[in-house]
Design a protein around this ligand. Structure first.
Ligand code: GCB
Length: 670
């Protein structure tokens, strides 16, 4: 009963007069034995350029301490019915302070951690009088998990479903200028079978009667709240709404090309006698103008850079992560400057075939991690100190890549990866995808649409991952993943598509729709626990089987062992530091054998750092497969991995070793 109320509320009651029009479009019937899936169009994301100041734009942060209320779990829609958004939250309920950005779960000392359902935030802010002049004001959230409803001064302005992805609304007409304003956010963390990721909500008896329980099949904790920054920003009335960039290199990599395409929104764009155009300027790292161009009438064009400094991954080149600055100026017919937006651009090419993945024509061997956005207290909240520490550790250990397992990471970290030459396999939030349905397909596609729209201009993004460990053994998985993969390809043809698969290759039905096969396997942990002698050959055999079946490049996207830092046992025993080290070493042996075959293109340890999970008897305080602790200190295996990653870097890309890679032991050993 409770669940039905919640679902009814979610779908009909709150936004009964929904201000989001459903896009109707081309319907293509797609048949499979088990399920008939309709390839329906999904809504297209507009705008949402990362907020940046310029001579025509201002940005203000609304981060800080907000007021917070948790709804009664048994009555999650009460706040909507009683219109808590119509006045300050504190007038309806006692509030507590809550930091933004942060997950709310680990901030208090009570059981807020396990709250299921809605919570409320509000705060006040001033809008300067100067903002009332002829311009637009936008409210932008970096991410709220899972579903967000937003009011400004009691008026609803936007609703968004899907964690880890930004959303925004124009709030020009909702604000009081030169006066105080109030923003109210309701956030719902409930995951059901048609959310991405999926979960289940059940009502079960407890000591006090009945309670609501959230369950999910993935292990990472379902942190919730306003996870990333909240910004207000201004644009001119007629403004640059979209910038899309692709790049190319001449065969000898001396000449670079930057293709840009701009979309403009605003009345001036529709005036027949006002022919808008773009002046595009490209600056190098020193700020020197290296190319410029004026657009055609479609607001697109090409910039040529000669000589070019291509974007290279870390340790593949002496100057990795080289970025140019692209300045986009929107001009009216009379050359009046309407808007300016600047973004960083890396010039590189990607290509792939049945054996290899190449960057700037050079084969890549990925050495990296699966990760999580996770840390003590702040949960999945954006934290610049943590982000910079993580990149320092990635570089210290010699990694050149990571997968954003199992959801999109912050835009700030994507920019950081661009700068540091860390390649990213960019994963949408679909985990353990199962119980395929038409509604789920729509949401899954929408998550990819939002992800690609957000991340398409990042040179660091080299591959899209359309799911982690989907149940691809089921009959419906065949057509489901064909539709998801084709949809992804229709949005971006410049990057290959993968998914991290865990079902045995003989059962898999998704691989044929992918460009690169990634597989997750826990030899000596979830299978043959403790048997170090049952790793190497199993890994070799499985990778060969995947390659034989699909004739595509293969990545091992997860392997590892839970390890309690400080636990030592000789001979190695599960959970000890010795065991994790041995598990890695046995995998390295397999990887080196596989590398000789030409089509094995990468190894990703699970996980970069320990992370919080739901409570279960298989986890001691969380998932401990980190090479680093949750406090970002190395376990013993980190030192071993570092030696391997740098050895691979030297062997494959001629990088040099850091001075402290090997500890001096004796003259006899070098
Ligand atoms: C997996 C999942 C990952 C888990 C990991 C584990 O296969 O992809 O999300 O954390 O196993 O340690 O159980």
């Amino acid at each position: 009963m409770h669940l039905r109320i919640r679902l009814t509320c979610r779908k009909y009651e709150i936004w009964a007069l929904s201000f989001f029009s459903l896009v109707t479009g081309l319907y293509v019937l797609h048949f499979s034995i088990a399920l008939i899936l309709v390839n329906k169009e999904v809504p297209q994301t507009r705008g949402m350029l990362y907020p940046r100041e310029s001579e025509t734009r201002e940005v203000r942060s609304l981060d800080g301490i907000w007021n917070f209320v948790r709804s009664d779990q048994a009555n999650p829609t009460q706040g909507v019915r009683d219109e808590w958004y119509a006045k300050e939250l504190s007038k309806s309920r006692p509030t507590i302070p809550m930091p933004v950005p942060a997950s709310y779960n680990d901030i208090t000392t009570d059981n807020l951690r396990d709250h299921v359902g809605t919570v409320w935030y509000d705060r006040k802010f001033f809008v300067p009088r100067s903002w009332s002049k002829d311009q637009r004001i936008w409210l932008r959230f970096g991410s709220v998990h899972y579903e967000a409803y937003v009011w400004i001064n009691g008026q609803k302005v936007v609703k968004h479903e899907m964690g880890h992805l930004p959303f925004e609304a124009e709030v020009t007409d909702f604000l009081n200028y030169g006066a105080e304003n109030r923003i109210t956010v309701m956030c719902d963390n409930a995951l059901i079978q048609t959310t991405v990721p999926q979960g289940r909500i059940t009502e079960v008896p407890n000591d006090g009667g009945m309670t609501i329980v959230q369950s999910y099949t993935f292990d990472f904790f379902n942190y919730a709240g306003i996870h990333r920054s909240v910004h207000l920003y201004t644009t001119p009335r007629t403004f640059i709404e979209e910038v899309e960039v692709t790049t190319n290199l001449s065969k000898d990599a001396t000449v670079g090309e930057v293709f840009y395409s701009v979309s403009v929104n605003g009345s001036a764009a529709n005036e027949a006698d006002n022919v808008l155009h773009i002046q595009a300027n490209l600056y190098d790292k020193e700020g020197i103008l290296v190319a410029n161009a004026t657009s055609d009438q479609k607001l697109g064009g090409k910039l040529q850079v000669n000589p070019v400094k291509p974007w290279w991954p870390y340790l593949m080149h002496s100057e990795p992560g080289y970025l140019y600055q692209l300045e986009i100026k929107l001009l009216a017919t009379n050359d009046e400057l309407l808007d300016v937006y600047r973004l960083k651009v890396g010039i590189r090419t990607l290509s792939w075939n049945s054996q290899q993945f190449l960057i700037n024509g050079k084969p890549v061997y990925f050495r990296g991690f699966g990760r999580h956005e996770d840390s003590d207290i702040r949960g999945k909240g954006l934290d610049n100190a943590l982000m910079v520490r993580d990149f320092n550790l990635l570089k210290w250990i010699g990694a050149n890549a990571y997968r954003t397992s199992h959801y999109p990471y912050s835009e700030e970290s994507m920019q950081f990866a661009d700068e540091h030459g860390i390649m990213i396999i960019d994963e949408c939030p679909s985990v353990d995808t199962e119980n395929f349905s038409q509604e789920l397909l729509g949401k899954h596609k929408s998550s990819l649409e939002q992800l690609i729209h957000r991340d398409r201009n990042h040179p660091s993004v080299v591959m899209w991952s359309i799911a982690n460990e989907p149940r691809t053994g089921s009959v419906s998985a065949d057509s489901y993943f064909e539709l998801v993969a084709n949809f992804t390809r229709s949005l971006d043809k410049t990057r290959p598509i993968t998914a991290a698969i865990a079902v045995p290759n003989t059962q898999d039905k998704a691989g044929r729709s992918l460009d690169i096969i990634s597989f997750n396997r826990y030899n000596a942990w979830y299978s043959n626990a403790g048997r170090l002698d049952m790793i190497t050959q199993n890994v070799i055999d499985e990778a060969i089987a995947w390659n034989k079946r699909y004739n595509k490049p293969i990545i091992m996207s997860e392997y590892g062992a839970d390890t309690l830092e400080g636990l030592h046992m000789q001979p190695a025993y599960v959970w000890s530091e010795e065991f994790q080290t041995e598990v890695f070493s046995r995998h390295f042996k397999a990887f080196d054998e596989l590398r000789k075959k030409g089509w094995f293109i990468g190894e990703f340890v699970w996980n970069f750092a320990d992370f919080k999970t739901a409570q279960t008897y298989t986890r001691v305080g969380g998932n401990k497969k980190g090479v680093f602790t949750r406090a970002r200190q190395p376990k013993a295996a980190a030192h071993l991995l570092r030696k391997r990653y740098f050895a691979l870097g030297r062997d494959l890309d001629q990088c040099s070793f850091p001075d402290d890679l090997f500890t001096y032991i004796a003259d006899l050993i070098s």
